[in-house]
Design a protein around this ligand. Structure first.
Ligand code: EPZ
Length: 430
């Protein structure tokens, strides 16, 4: 039994440091396998998912050395296998980045089919379409995706949907293909840009990342580099919404405010004050929250990874709000949990219709996936009384030291592993 025990009701107040972006880190770790030279990566978040990536890299002979908690030195010159089927890797989505990275460098890769959060169908047809356009053969056998090519040759690829994973994967493979690749309708998320910057720092030639047309001139060889990963947009956004729902005053530090614009805009719409400085954003929720409508969209739109967090806030906002999920079709599973806390939310296909209630009350909850789990934590922090949250392994995939960071803002939250520890928590908080 591993749970978070939470006593709600304290406004979160203070400053919190945001870590490196999980979804950039996962791709960058895989991309580090594209050179035989040493790569040093700073600001790598210490998470279950990043650890699974590193473990998978070690399983194929890549040397991984932790210089400190967030700095990793990687040397892939010792790679001795191109098959990645380590148990831990089967559970994470980003395992597919080894396909693009290894296909680019070695023209061959075999990787276990990706796992990850169960938020709907998560096809990889666009990744496969991209690899095939570069001249690779791709097939699925015995639970592995196998891709190989005699030569990879640059191509013009139009993505049918805006996909972060396929954009990054094709960019990695194309970085070491012969000639020019153009990816149209590319994803523009900050982590796409970060991966492109990382590859360019290794000698790749990638232009246009952050726009919907990316141009890549293949190079024969990539070299070592030192690189620092950008701050995590979604970790920052989660703390910003935690401030809103607890009616607090929180400054998220070490962020790129530009990446948070769609999140800040919605917080302002629902009645919060948002102050931006160079590398920090302060959210003050002094007034009662009011309703709004939101639709998740690819960047620079409102992120799907913030959809549960805003729904929690709108559940406590005066009036009727509508949240439309346009990226994943099964991302409202947590609404049942919120209902048990007193929320009034009706889900119809990809839309949640929310009638704000004045308060939530504590309940025994289960995290259905990473972001929904984090959102339930924020709901519990706002609720009257005590909540427990099970399946926190999902939350630990994407939030480093989540309880500790929240405690530093005045939250009453603890990770408990036994019934006795839970009792102790109850006694302590009175
Ligand atoms: C990445 O998932 C993130 N995961 C997700 O973060 C995030 O929710 C998502 O991007 C959207 O921002 C990682 O980076 C490891 P997509 P990914 O490819 O790459 C469809 C989190 O909580 N699609 O951008 O799987 C797909 O079904 C997680 O940190 C295809 O149709 O997302 C979806 O509707 C959860 N064919 C849309 O595109 C494909 O080949 C966007 O998916 C690929 C995707």
């Amino acid at each position: 039994m591993e749970q978070y025990a939470i006593k709600g009701g304290n406004p979160l107040v203070g400053e919190v440091e945001i870590g490196g972006a999980k979804n950039a880190a996962l791709a960058i770790l895989a991309a580090a396998a594209m050179t035989d030279e040493t790569v040093t990566i700073e600001n790598v978040p210490d998470l279950r998912d990043t650890m699974a990536m590193l473990q998978a890299m070690e399983s194929i002979g890549i040397r991984v050395e932790k210089l400190d908690r967030h700095t990793i030195k990687i040397n892939a010159g010792t790679i001795n296998d191109l098959i990645i089927e380590d148990d831990s890797i089967k559970k994470i989505r980003a395992s597919y980045y080894f396909l693009g990275a290894l296909l680019g460098k070695y023209k061959k890769a075999e990787v276990a089919l990706p796992g990850g959060c169960n938020i709907g169908l998560r096809p990889i047809d666009q990744h496969i379409k991209g690899f095939r356009a570069l001249g690779a053969d791709v097939r699925i056998e015995h639970g592995l995706i196998i891709t190989e090519a005699k030569r990879l040759v640059g191509s013009h690829i139009y993505l049918d949907v805006v996909t972060v994973g396929a954009t990054i994967n094709i960019m990695m493979a194309a970085a070491m293909a012969e000639g020019q690749t153009i990816i149209e309708n590319a994803a523009k998320e900050p982590h796409v840009v970060d991966v492109a910057n990382f590859l360019n720092s290794m000698g790749a030639s990638i232009k246009g990342a952050g726009t919907d047309v990316i141009r890549i001139k293949g190079v024969q060889k990539l070299h070592g580099t030192e690189y620092a990963i950008i701050p995590d947009q979604i970790e920052a956004g989660t703390f910003m919404f935690a401030a809103a729902v607890t009616r607090g005053d929180v400054t998220v530090k070490n962020v790129i405010p530009k990446h948070l614009e769609s999140i800040s805009a919605k917080l302002i719409e629902i009645g919060c004050e948002v102050e931006e400085s160079d590398d920090a954003v302060r959210v003050v929720a002094a007034k009662p929250l009011t309703h709004t409508h939101v639709k998740t969209l690819p960047y620079p739109g409102f992120p799907t990874d913030m959809q549960p967090q805003i729904t929690v806030a709108l559940g406590l906002s005066k009036g009727t709000s509508i949240v439309t999920e346009s990226i994943f079709e099964n991302r409202f599973k947590y609404v049942d949990e919120l209902t048990r806390m007193g929320a009034n939310i009706k889900v119809e296909s990809n839309t949640a219709i929310i009638d704000g209630v004045p308060k939530y009350t504590g309940a025994s909850l289960t995290a259905p996936d990473l972001r929904a789990g984090a959102a339930l934590v924020t709901a519990a922090l706002a609720a009257e009384g005590i909540s427990t949250i099970d399946d926190i392994k999902f939350i630990e995939r994407g939030y480093e030291d989540f309880p500790q960071k929240l405690q530093s803002l005045g939250a009453q939250i603890e990770k408990v592993c036994t019934e006795r520890e839970l009792q102790k928590f109850r006694l302590k908080i009175g």
